[in-house]
Design a binder for this molecule. Sequence first.
Ligand code: NAD
Length: 421
Amino acid sequence: MPANTSRISGFHKLSRKERLERVFDLAGISAEERSAFSVASAPLGEIADHLSENVIGTMNVPIGIATNMIVDGVDVLVPMATEESSVIAAVCNGARQCRDSGGITTSKDENCMIGQIQITGLSNPFAARAAVFEHQDEIKSICDKCDPLLVQLGGGFREIEIRVLDTKEPILVVHIIVDCRDAMGANTVNTMVEALARKMENWTGGKVELRILSNLADRRLVRASATFPLSAIGGEDTRDGIIRAGSFAIADPYRATTHNKGIMNGISAVVLATGNDTRAVEAGAHAYAARSGQYSALTRWEKNADGDLVGTLELPMPVGIVGGATKVHPTAQMAMKIMNITSANRLASIIAAVGLIQNFSALKALATEGIQRGHMSLHANNVALAAGAIGEEIEILAGMLVEQKNVRIEAAEQLLKNMRR
Ligand code: NAD
């Protein structure tokens, strides 16, 4: 029975248990379903209540380890949180194929984020622009005063850039560029743009409207690169197929979207495992992929002078190791520990490396046997589970589905019925 009202006055003031009961009652959840939810929603304790609002439980996704990864010369076990089958297997498999050539190497910009201030009501926006530039020292001082700890750590305000947007009414857009060091920086930067608002109005004579971080973090790019020897990937045909698949994604937004989604399968899984903001990284990645005006691929695939396959990936990587859930979520802390992360830079490098390897594995599968073969055998486990298989039945049923080349829920339900007869 669906909830007959969504208006629950004072819901946020209830305890988690009371909220849960209220929702269960309204939604007509049975006693059996209630206890299944309680088991599945393993408690994060009080932490969950502080991370979000109106909390009734937690949503658990598997966290697995990508093996075989060498990033900047150092072996690393990478925790990945994802509900999608094949994603982690693809990284393990792909990473093995560039181990002999040293794994993945990376480079990173400074950890600069952009805060935006929108100023309207200007009859002379270019003069206003000039006026703001005249106050750079004061802007730096106001920003840095907001976060003395960040400044002490070597971060803080760096510079401004100002554009006049040629809209119906001109908009002056002031960007403040802030080095956020080991923080993602959203709260840091938002505090700074807020602190500048009144002054901006005084200097320009305009009205400050929006003031918030931009998620197009193109001052915080990370690049990952890897060489896959021909002997490791199975020869020239595979290499050339991957290069052609890469060209397809560069030229066609329909293909690029799926190409980049595959990259984000890897990236978001590490971002989530470390308690970072998946939406921030995803928004930045896709906007960066469209920076030429046409949405395109985030990777490039080429052959080097020896004929080996070389892949590169470049994208914004606004992740931190302090702030948000990174420090308070025990799983995130464990993920950082497993990877021996001591800086946001290292984390960004590992995340980009995983994205590149994910793309390699996807393109290799697509350019050779097709994506379904490898994917389906792993997907079959999910289908078996969905059909109601338990314990040993899951693997047996998944095997039967793959053998019959019919990995579908109806087939699984029928086979399960037969198995149990
Ligand atoms: P935060 O404010 O919790 O932590 C950052 C602060 O930690 C810094 O300002 C600094 O004072 C301190 N700090 C301590 N050690 C540091 C170090 N080594 N390096 C840098 N700073 C250090 O968090 P945040 O990173 O400003 O914000 C991240 C959170 O904001 C995420 O949870 C994100 O989801 C959320 N958020 C995102 C958006 C967006 O993406 N548009 C908007 C609002 C909030």
